[in-house]
Design a protein around this ligand. Structure first.
Ligand code: 2NL
Length: 356
């Protein structure tokens, strides 16, 4: 029969050559040489036209058999070579786990945020709710409802960023308290603190900022007395500035409270002896407070014959400056990393100033 020798030769030469193949590339070349358009198997197929009709089926079957043999051999070899290549790559790509890792910068709570959170935690522990409101307020809630009528001289002291005649950037967080009281429709108790940003027209310097934070507190119920105010603020002073602190109340004036007081704490640095922090007096002023003015209660819908209350207001900026020894209020807002980085995170999520 014609040319079965040719078929045998092709098969033999393939078997010889594949035995020497050692890479995926070489295998690919071999595949082209035998199965490609101009390959040897394709050549065998083409020569079928020279055979007689009777000879063709058997010849074709034999060529197909060789083609199957070659295809399978190439597939098998391909798998073996790919696996070997993968293993070699895995061997080469080992990682040196002893190399030092990259360090990255850990953030820490901003000392002002931390101070606000500490104060919030203390009052939450006494059962207060946290109330928030608007930074853009109406003249009514910012002044009028707090016993500051248009003619009141206190409006000069709190020179304000007006947006229009009736709207302004709030100068204190008191409007939140006025709104909260009003929403309770004359029914006590009200027991809230209001933290937030406030705005006043001021020339910025080491101790003044046109934007700062405030936390005000308000308790309204039947039978609230000055002694409740005093006890609450004494606990507060000891929580924030240390268990040995004493407080001192001095008479003062606010339009929204009567009577009004300034509250001092005994100096945490010199324990009352006199130093640079307390300017030699042994006392540090930390907040203002008083009994809610009957006009304020009445405007918010509470009967001052039945209800009484106390209120207080403090500046967390100043408290943080005292606690962490910060000499300039502008540090809180200029975001200089040299400032921020002084306050390292502590294990309880707080901050310490290592330079104090
Ligand atoms: C201060 C003084 C104070 C209040 C704020 C207040 C609010 C209402 C009613 C009555 Cl709705 N009082 N707030 C009272 C006394 C003092 O702040 O020196 N803050 C930095």
């Amino acid at each position: 029969m014609m040319d079965t020798v040719g078929i045998t030769d092709v098969r033999k030469s393939f078997d010889d050559e594949i035995a020497n193949v050692s890479s995926v590339d070489e295998l690919q070349q071999l595949k082209v040489a035998f199965l490609g358009k101009k390959g040897k198997v394709t050549g065998l197929m083409k020569s079928m036209k020279d055979l007689s009709k009777e000879e063709r089926p058997e010849y074709g079957a034999k060529v197909n058999e060789v083609r199957t043999h070659i295809t399978e051999a190439i597939d098998n070899r391909s798998k073996v070579l790919e696996e070997a290549a993968l293993e070699a790559k895995l061997r080469e790509d080992t990682i040196d786990v002893t190399l030092p890792g990259r360090t990255f910068t850990l953030g820490s709570p901003h000392p002002l945020s931390r101070t606000v959170e500490d104060i919030e935690d203390f009052f939450l522990g006494l059962g207060y709710e946290i109330a928030e409101g608007y930074e853009v307020e109406t003249d009514y809630y910012n002044f009028e409802a707090l016993n500051l009528p248009k003619s009141h001289p206190a409006r000069d002291m709190q020179d304000t960023f007006y947006i229009s005649e009736e709207t302004l950037l709030r100068t204190h967080t008191s409007p939140v308290q006025a709104r909260t009281m009003e929403s309770r429709k004359g029914q006590g108790p009200v027991k809230i603190i209001c933290p937030g940003k406030v705005y006043r027209r001021d020339s910025d310097d080491a101790t003044h900022s046109h934007q700062f934070t405030q936390i005000e507190g308000l308790v309204v119920d039947r039978g609230i007395h000055m002694s409740d105010l005093k006890g609450t603020l004494e606990l507060f002073a000891r929580e924030i500035f240390g268990a040995e602190r004493e407080i001192r109340l001095r008479p003062s004036y606010f339009p929204f409270t009567e009577p009004s007081v300034e509250v001092d704490i005994s100096c945490f640095k010199c324990k009352g002896a006199g130093c640079n922090v307390c300017k030699g007096t042994g006392w540090i002023e930390i907040l203002g407070a008083g009994m809610v003015h009957p006009n304020v209660l009445e405007m918010a819908g509470f009967d001052p014959e039945i209800y009484s209350g106390f209120a207080f207001g403090m500046g967390p900026d100043r408290i943080a400056m005292l606690k962490y020894g910060i000499e300039d209020i502008r540090h809180f807002y200029t975001n200089d990393l040299r400032f921020i980085n002084q306050f390292k995170a502590t294990e309880d999520g707080g901050v310490t100033n290592e330079s104090i």
